[in-house]
Write a protein that binds this ligand. Structure first.
Ligand SMILES: [Zn+2]
Length: 300
């Protein structure tokens, strides 16, 4: 008989302690590795000088294999999706997005970029801005919700547009429920690639922005891919037509299907949708995939 020698009640107490100790051990190892590798810097979200923790395992080997990533690309993707600030947890793409917000909307007199988003939200200039976070961006969300004119939402499959689900407003990028010209700044992060109708999404973002308003966002862009292409199409009956090998990003029960794969023609696509694009932290390279895109609504 393979009975464990440990009595049940003792096991119930010891196993969580063991698991917690294991988790703390990992944490200490990650933090000390970040400190030793010299990646301690000022966080543009919380404003503290903290180790930035690189976690290679955020990109599982199974995905590396399925997506056919080179080791260099896998490491660049893991940097984008980790390099977490040990203070506030903001990952690299969130911290870079914060830096672009600070640069795009300078505060003070004379106007200058604030050192951190945590400082920026306290300024009268930021308090006047109407900001929409279409999908929750961890790290940034916790700071921006201090703004008086802040609308936050997320996409809940199956919910009605604008419906409140578990305390969060559900918004579908292809049919936003916000009024025309109601925001100075719209934020999305790793969302546009999952939208079945990209033109509709860009049209909606433009519609809810004031003229001259900004959409600051992140998306995956493939290095060496000259043209944007569709991996899948949503048929009118709701079924999905797969055009190229389908790719799912982690999340949900089965992951989120990628509809659009972006390439080097991104500026033209955005110009056709009525935006002028500025690429921050570019260009896209095999060793740096964490670009931030800043779009201004153009009205000619
Ligand atoms: Zn931080």
């Amino acid at each position: 008989m393979g009975r464990l020698p440990m009595p049940g009640p003792i096991k119930r107490v010891l196993v969580p302690i063991w698991n917690e100790a294991h988790r703390l051990g990992w944490l200490v190892r990650e933090q000390s590795a970040a400190i030793l590798s010299g990646s301690t810097s000022l966080c543009s979200v919380c404003g503290k000088v903290r180790p930035m923790i690189y976690r290679r395992r955020v990109v599982p080997e199974k995905l590396v294999e399925r997506w056919g990533l080179t080791p260099e690309l896998a490491a660049a993707l893991a940097r984008k999706e980790s390099s977490d600030c040990a203070g506030c947890g903001a990952k690299l793409r969130a911290r870079r997005l914060a830096s672009v917000i600070l640069e795009t909307f300078p505060v003070g007199s004379p106007p200058a970029p604030a050192r951190s988003l945590a400082g920026w939200v306290k300024s009268p200039e930021a308090a006047r801005l109407r900001v929409a976070e279409i999908n929750r961006i961890d790290g940034i969300h916790e700071v921006l919700r201090a703004l008086p004119n802040f609308a936050s939402s997320d996409y809940h499959p199956g919910a009605l547009p604008g419906e409140i689900v578990e305390g969060t407003r559900s918004e579908d990028l292809t049919r936003l429920t916000y009024r025309d010209e109601s925001f100075d700044l719209v934020l999305t992060s790793e969302s546009l690639e999952h939208v079945p109708d990209l033109d509709a999404a860009l049209g909606e973002i433009r519609r809810v922005l004031v003229p001259g308003g900004r959409h600051i966002f992140t998306i995956p862009v493939l290095p060496d891919e000259p043209r944007t292409f569709s991996r899948a199409e949503l048929r009118p009956d709701g079924s999905i037509k797969h055009l190229a090998a389908s790719i799912h990003h982690p999340g949900g029960d089965v992951g989120y299907l990628v509809f659009t794969e972006f390439g080097a023609d991104l500026p033209e696509i955005l110009r056709a949708a009525g935006f002028e694009l500025t690429v921050h932290f570019g260009p896209v390279r095999d060793d740096d995939l964490a670009q931030v895109y800043g779009c201004e609504r153009i009205d000619s």
